[in-house]
Write a protein that binds this ligand. Structure first.
Ligand code: FES
Ligand code: FES
Length: 273
């Protein structure tokens, strides 16, 4: 797109501006220069934005879509070969050295349980476990994982048996939309490992003694990197606490009995035969 700045009509001047120009003719042309500068800057910025967009599209075009991820050829640059375990299965990936684990899981292996929330380490939706410790997969280069064991949300259950943290999340209704939930659960599994090792946190009362028992405050602090836009935090803390301590706490919901349902229908004037 071009813009013919020179042929623009002359600006309309107020009486004051016209009087000023009569007294100081050297100012004539300043407004035109300013407008020229503004327009040139705007066109330049748009050009920069467009070129960034095109560069991003070109880079993403090198990655196959998840649907045909397993068989599609990968046209990548700076290719590295990485052999690692993912959910107990050996995988050898050849990929661009800049590909992060989250993209490798989602775009190359079709493991879409790990979610991309912010893509910059701030929301925790992409949390997975590497050698049992939680990491943000959006900030982890796949090329650094040679020989490591990666566990994602897809690998936590054993056959039909849910991981205790998964079961506790269901029991305590610890999610609403579920977008953050895979990251929350992987993070919680990592937190349980930290407790087993006695790792301390920012709220541990005495760091010399270590910390094997998780109070609710410990859970809140350790899970604080996992954001839940739906605000399911009370259920999340209850679920992690139960998976940690084994203490059964009451679930926050229950199925209504037929008697209760009949009474509600009656109150609402919808009594049926
Ligand atoms: S997507 Fe990784 S922290 Fe948000
Ligand atoms: S359940 Fe919706 S963001 Fe956490």
């Amino acid at each position: 797109m071009t813009h013919d700045v020179e042929n623009e009509s002359a600006p309309q001047l107020s009486a004051d501006e016209a009087a000023l120009l009569r007294e100081m003719p050297e100012l004539d042309g300043v407004g035109q220069s300013r407008r020229t500068f503004m327009i040139t800057s705007a066109v330049g910025s748009l050009g920069l934005f467009a070129s960034n967009l095109l560069a991003k599209e070109a880079a993403l075009a090198d990655l196959p879509l998840a649907a045909d991820a397993v068989s599609a050829p990968v046209k990548a640059q700076n290719v590295v070969k990485v052999a690692l375990q993912i959910n107990g299965a050996p995988q050898t990936l050849e990929l661009d050295s800049r590909v992060v684990l989250l993209d490798a899981l989602r775009e190359r292996l079709g493991l879409t349980g790990s979610k991309k929330g912010c893509d910059q380490g701030q929301c925790g939706a992409c949390t997975v476990l590497v050698d049992g410790q939680r990491v943000l997969s959006c900030l982890t280069l796949t090329a650094t994982l040679e020989g490591r064991e990666v566990t994602t949300i897809e690998g936590l259950a054993q056959n039909d048996q849910l991981h205790p943290v998964q079961a506790a999340f269901i029991k305590h209704d610890a999610f609403q939309c579920g977008y953050c939930t895979p990251g929350q659960i992987c993070s919680a599994v990592g937190v349980l490992g930290e407790a087993r090792r006695g790792d301390v946190s920012h709220v541990t009362a005495d760091v010399r003694k270590g910390n094997a028992s998780l109070s609710d405050d410990e859970i809140r602090e350790r899970m604080s990197g996992n954001i839940c836009r739906c605000g399911a935090y009370p259920g999340i803390v209850a679920a992690v606490q139960e998976a940690h301590s084994g203490r059964q706490s009451a679930q926050t919901w229950g199925f209504a009995t037929e008697t209760q349902l009949a009474s509600v229908r009656k109150e609402d004037g919808h009594e049926t035969v």
